[in-house]
Design a protein around this ligand. Structure first.
Ligand code: DOR
Ligand code: ZN
Length: 347
């Protein structure tokens, strides 16, 4: 905390441009946390089975809306899961039901990605249709080749997949999701207006040492994995630069505690209960609190072609302890920073 820090910080209400809420009882446990902070969120479709059709997205949206507490305004923005077999006309159906994007998971890249794309060429017809409809392609930008070092998979994706994809679809809107490296930040900075990127709070606050601090820390394990400090610094620079290409996407990815604290623990940090506070901490540490509102509340809707929110939130400088454990359906979940004190609190 610096002496010059303001006692409160008021922002246009932010949106979360990358979020996992799961389904069923687990979903009912986590949706209120996001709805308390954000006006809208892009809902990732990696359920089991995945949300691959507009019809499934409508039904999933209804279930999410039913989990929003009474009196709270929150709009789920739907995304369809792209597969090798997605028909080209699914793009028009997606657009018609209000979906904003398709998600590209390279097959095997992460949680519930086995139905993902094995060869981008198989999706070219639907990508053409998306380009025409102005639908966004959200990409999990990692190659899946087990020969490629896990810390290098994002860089390999840029060279092997993203560059050829953009050459073939120069006007397709592409969000490079949850970027983790200086190379990705630089690539997006230099790209044209069709390319944007989201950045998570954990990648702004931590480097890969956090996963091994005094023993293996499964709650810091997510994909793409945390990288070296030089990369974290580049992400902070990008997020606080004022460039409209970088915007907030928590990638809050809830998994029951017992499945993270496991011999093969699930990837994902659950940040929804304190997401905007974590971003405020990261921006404050960079001396850039004045840049938070653009990143959190303006650049995402501008990129997606949606109106900015008009109501506001206030963060107060007030110590509070993030709960160590919260209900998660029948199980429990440990949020990132559970049991620790944060210095910003959403009023
Ligand atoms: O850490 C992650 N968790 N990364 C992803 O890409 C997926 C997510 C999840 O769904 O758990
Ligand atoms: Zn994700």
């Amino acid at each position: 905390m610096t002496d010059t820090a303001p006692a409160t910080l008021t922002l246009t209400r932010p949106d979360d441009w990358h979020l996992h809420v799961r389904d069923g009882a687990a979903m009912a446990s986590v949706v209120p946390a996001t709805a308390a902070q954000f006006a809208r969120a892009i809902i990732m479709p990696n359920l089991r089975p995945p949300i691959t059709t507009a019809e499934q997205a409508v039904a999933y949206r209804d279930r999410i809306r039913a989990a929003v507490p009474a009196g709270v305004a929150f709009e789920p923005l739907m995304v369809l899961y792209l597969t090798d077999n997605t028909p080209a006309d699914e793009a028009a159906r997606a657009k018609a039901m209000g979906a904003v994007a398709f998600k590209l998971y390279p097959a095997g890249a992460t949680t519930n990605s086995d139905a993902g794309v094995t060869d981008l060429r198989k999706t070219y017809k639907v990508l053409e249709a998306m380009q025409r409809e102005g639908l966004v392609l959200c990409v999990h930008g990692e190659v899946t080749d087990s020969e490629v070092d896990v810390f290098d998979r994002e860089n390999a994706f840029i060279d092997d997949k993203l560059i050829p994809l953009r050459r073939d679809f120069p006007e397709l809107k592409i969000v490079f999701e949850h970027i983790t490296t200086k190379e990705a930040a630089q690539y997006v900075t230099e790209a044209d207006r069709f390319v944007g990127a989201t950045i998570t709070p954990q990648h702004l606050l931590y480097n890969r040492n956090a996963i091994f601090m005094g023993g293996v820390r499964p709650h810091y394990y997510c994909l793409p994995i945390l990288k070296r400090e030089e990369h974290r610094l580049a992400l902070v620079q990008a997020a606080t630069s004022g460039s409209p290409k970088f915007f907030l996407g928590t990638d809050s990815a809830p998994h029951a505690s017992h499945l993270k604290e496991h011999s093969s623990g699930c990837a994902g940090c659950y940040t929804a209960p304190c997401a905007i506070e974590l971003y405020a901490e990261a921006f404050e540490a960079a001396g850039a609190l004045d840049k938070l509102e653009g990143f959190a509340s303006f650049f995402g809707p501008d990129y997606y072609g949606l109106p900015r929110n008009t109501d506001r939130i206030t963060l107060a400088r007030e110590d509070w302890v993030v709960p160590e454990s919260l209900p998660f359906g029948e199980a429990v979940i440990r949020p990132l920073r559970g049991g620790e004190t944060l210095r910003w609190r959403l009023r």
